[in-house]
Design a protein around this ligand. Structure first.
Ligand code: SAH
Ligand code: SF4
Ligand code: F3S
Length: 434
């Protein structure tokens, strides 16, 4: 059997895709390896979201080539968003034998077979229908507690800075029946947490089942199965969804609600199709219905023409919401996007860096404040395994998604434990068993 090694970059959707790829390849007689030096096929499932993501992958392609030169016949393949964006340019580099975009994975066995005749292969066709709904993923996370389930593909939003609609194509929702079946399979094989994935889960629609309906169906698989989801778009998150979450204790009290900017002029230019007031209204609604709900976000600083004052609007919005955590980035121009075609990338790099540092420093304080509010509280935590720092401690997350650690060697991954928070850092709640 030929051995396949895959490195996965980018978002959780890529992790879920790699699991689909392993399933397709194992059906065609390939075997998975985690040892690059034993691999006949070396692949990277790639990300194009920012330039530094791509630069990192070019670095990996060079290392794969060192292996390829020392072991002629080894195949190097590029999958995912960078494959879709760069297409033939990857083959033209002479460092790659295979390029396959996100909707071409069913063809991987035949593409790999064709390469053995010595010809590089490319398939970057995007599809309006492909959801891989019938494929049972081969889980790559060895923990066996938490699994990703992809519920839709693509994105129809075309935010002006974003490459995803070009690399992943049009939005399509997967049949809810296959999603519920996959959740049942996960539960039966011991998983206790699933995360439903899409670029904009709130616009999920299959026949007459919307995202709130889907969430309820998945939550009903078992009260012992925790359900999370990502990502919500502020313009689409509905009262029905928020109320559905509140009805099921096993739907985790955590919403990732990327704001991107606190300035109305910048939001308009980003084509996000909501303003600050609307966003704060959604946060208010979430907290009204679920006062204990964790809220996290993504933000971009230094978008085209962003002034100091507009950046301050992002700072003040962070302060006003008091996020539990956030992913923060400086704007990276992506070729072909609306922003790249229409607006100069005119905020100097040193200004972007300084704004990013300032925002990160603010969020560090907000994360610490959020954790301090939990001191003395009790939470139910799903055990993931031993903590990374201390083998006599276990770690796991609470419903809000916060990482908890506590001294314990008796519980097993997948069990629920009640803990009380004694102390905290900015990243972790330090607990004991309650
Ligand atoms: N679908 C999700 C986001 C997916 S991309 C949503 O709409 O919220 C993840 C994050 O990467 C985005 O939320 C954004 O903050 C960031 N991002 C996307 N394009 C970027 C770019 N060109 N430069 C910098 N950050 C970017
Ligand atoms: Fe990109 Fe916007 Fe789609 Fe998110 S919603 S993937 S930011 S285009
Ligand atoms: Fe990256 Fe593609 Fe995800 S660009 S963030 S891997 S959808």
């Amino acid at each position: 059997m030929k051995k396949v090694y895959i490195e996965t970059y980018g978002c959780q959707m890529n992790v879920a895709d790699t699991e689909v790829i392993f399933s397709i390849l194992s059906g065609a007689g390939f075997e998975r390896t985690e040892d690059i030096s034993a691999a006949d096929v070396i692949m990277a499932n790639t990300c194009s979201i920012r330039d530094n993501a791509e630069q990192r992958i070019w670095g990996r392609i060079d290392s794969f080539n060192t292996v390829r030169k020392s072991r002629p016949g080894t195949v190097v393949g590029i999958l995912g968003c960078m494959a879709e964006r760069l297409k033939d340019a990857l083959l033209d580099s002479g460092k790659v034998d295979l390029v396959a975009g996100p909707d071409a994975y069913r063809n991987l066995p035949s593409l790999l077979a064709a390469i053995s005749d010595g010809h590089p292969q490319i398939d970057v066709e995007l599809s309006r229908e492909e959801t891989y709904g019938d494929i049972s993923p081969v889980r790559i996370d060895k923990g066996g507690v938490s699994a990703f389930i992809s519920i839709m593909r693509g994105c129809n939003n075309v935010c002006s800075y974003c490459v995803v609609p070009y690399t992943r194509g049009a939005e399509r929702s997967r049949d809810w029946k296959s999603i519920v079946r996959e959740a049942c399979d996960c539960f039966a094989s011991g998983y206790r947490e699933i995360t439903l994935l899409g670029q904009n889960v709130d616009s999920y629609l299959f026949e007459d089942v919307d995202f709130a309906d889907l969430l309820a169906k998945v939550a009903e698989v078992s009260p012992l199965l925790r359900v999370r989801f990502s990502t919500s778009h502020p313009k689409d998150i509905s009262d029905k969804l928020i109320e559905t979450m509140a009805r099921y204790p096993n739907i985790c009290r955590q919403i990732h609600l990327p704001v991107q900017s606190g300035s109305d002029r910048i939001l308009e230019k980003m084509r996000r199709r909501y303003n600050r007031e609307w966003y704060l209204g959604r946060v208010h609604k979430i907290r009204e219905v679920m006062p204990d709900c964790g809220i996290s976000t993504d933000a971009i600083v230094g978008f085209c023409s962003e002034t100091e004052e507009e950046f301050r609007d992002t700072l003040s919005l962070f302060e006003e919401v008091g996020y539990d955590s956030a992913f923060m980035f400086f704007y990276s121009e992506r070729p072909g996007t609306l922003a790249a075609r229409n607006y100069p990338d005119d905020v100097p790099q040193e200004v972007k860096n300084r704004r990013l540092e300032e925002l990160i420093a603010l969020q560090n304080r907000l994360s610490l404040e959020s954790n301090r509010r939990d001191l003395g509280r009790e939470f139910e935590v799903l055990v993931e395994g031993p903590s990374k720092k201390n083998p006599d401690e276990l770690c796991g997350r609470n419903s809000q998604g916060k990482m908890c650690v506590w001294p314990d060697t008796s519980h097993k991954p997948g069990e629920y434990v009640r803990v009380r928070v004694l102390d905290c850092t900015q990243a972790t709640l330090l607990c004991r068993e309650a």
